[in-house]
Ligand binder design. Structure first.
Ligand code: NPG
Length: 368
């Protein structure tokens, strides 16, 4: 299979409500989509880099630039493509994992469609639906938060994740526990907002029986996470710090985390995410699938990944209507607290042409 060209397409989707984290507020998602056209079939990928480099160093315009100038030409020059070929061809470029992941997925989707094979099966999925959790942003008041959580629990979400930051941590968690009880699967995510000096304060979360605390400290602070983990009963989970399967294995060995959030974009692609899965599963490390406010394109691939057997905790794989009034693809719907893994070939979904046109802000064709 040969690459004939790649389309980089930007789409803008308003979020149903602003999503606030310790690193900023998202009102709209400015998404970079990658469409790979090959002599066999076409495939789609979604780049999870946000418009601004607040969560990580990558951002959408930077991803488009590195794709245009380096990654697409490298994959186009690789000749006959199989699933591993794009990763090998792009390896000379340092970093830019989210951009690489998007192009790798688009090519993989095309390759799988040409073979009539679903992504989930290719990755080694063992389930046809995945349990859905929901990530709840920082709110203006505890009352507002309780209303939001009540709404999500009412819809059937099986796990709640609360975003926290200094000044919004013990009180909202206590309020959610008090109102909804100890049975609710509950976890928190700090997005690197604390330092080791906050260990005593964060130990105050131990009394709430949380599943985990996610990324309390800076991305590059594995030693700090190991120290903190020794001072908390709540298991530490890492997100931003985990940039590859090797880093995940090292982080666990160092005692920096006991649980790993898997995001294919953050580790450079779904194939590296599968390697991470295999290594962690072998070591008995629980995994769950993170989310980056994906449209149906990225969500489809995430749901396929989350159906692998090592994903033993519910992920940030919510239904389309948690994010968007109008998704790019037919919407993912919550059924009995689960999302169905698309059964079709490749990622199993495609953008609805009229919706895609309506939401597109720019498109650029890069011939191979
Ligand atoms: O459900 O897709 C989702 C959002 C889950 O909280 C979530 N994502 O820090 O993991 C995160 C956060 C995020 C969102 C990060 C957007 C980066 C961009």
């Amino acid at each position: 299979m040969k690459l004939e060209g790649v389309e980089l397409r930007r789409v803008a989707l308003p979020l149903v409500s602003p999503f606030r984290t310790s690193f900023g507020v998202e009102q709209d998602r400015d998404v970079l989509l990658v469409r790979a056209v090959t002599d066999g079939a076409e495939g789609w990928g979604e780049c999870v880099a946000a418009a601004e480099p607040r969560y990580s160093s990558e951002y959408a315009d930077g991803a488009a630039d590195v794709l245009r100038r380096f990654l697409v030409p490298a994959v186009a020059g690789a000749g006959d493509l199989d699933p591993e070929a794009p990763g090998a061809a792009m390896a000379f470029v340092k970093g830019h994992r989210m951009a690489k992941a998007a192009l790798e997925l688009a090519v993989l989707d095309a390759w799988l469609r040409a073979r009539d094979e679903p992504l989930a099966g290719h990755l080694g999925a063992t389930r046809d639906r995945v349990p859905a959790g929901v990530s709840v942003g920082i709110m203006g008041s505890v009352a507002e938060l309780l209303d939001a959580v009540a709404g999500y629990l009412g819809q059937g979400y099986l796990r709640i994740k609360l975003k926290i930051e200094p000044g919004w941590d013990l009180e909202p968690v206590a309020a959610v526990r008090e109102r909804f009880g100890d049975e609710v699967l509950l976890q928190v995510d700090a997005n690197a907002a604390y330092t080791v000096a906050d260990a005593g304060h964060l130990a105050g979360l131990d009394r709430f029986g949380l599943l985990l605390i996610e990324q309390p400290l800076a991305e590059d602070d594995l030693a700090g996470h190991a120290e903190l983990a020794g001072r908390l009963a709540t298991p530490v989970c890492l997100d931003e710090s985990i940039t590859s399967a090797k880093v995940a294995v090292d982080a666990v060995a160092l005692g920096a985390c006991r649980i790993v959030n898997v995001k294919a974009g953050r580790v450079g692609g779904y194939l590296e995410a599968r390697r991470l899965h295999d290594a962690c599963r072998e070591r008995g490390v629980p995994l769950w699938c993170g989310g980056m406010l994906e449209t149906g394109i990225g969500r489809a691939a995430n749901v396929a990944l989350a159906a692998l057997p090592g994903f033993t905790l519910p992920g940030d794989t919510s239904a389309s209507d948690r994010y968007y009034r109008q998704d790019l693809t037919p919407p993912f719907v919550l059924r009995d607290g689960h999302l169905e893994v698309p059964p079709g070939p490749g990622i199993g979904v495609e953008p609805v042409p009229e919706i895609l046109e309506e939401l597109t802000t720019s498109a650029e064709w890069i011939p191979a």
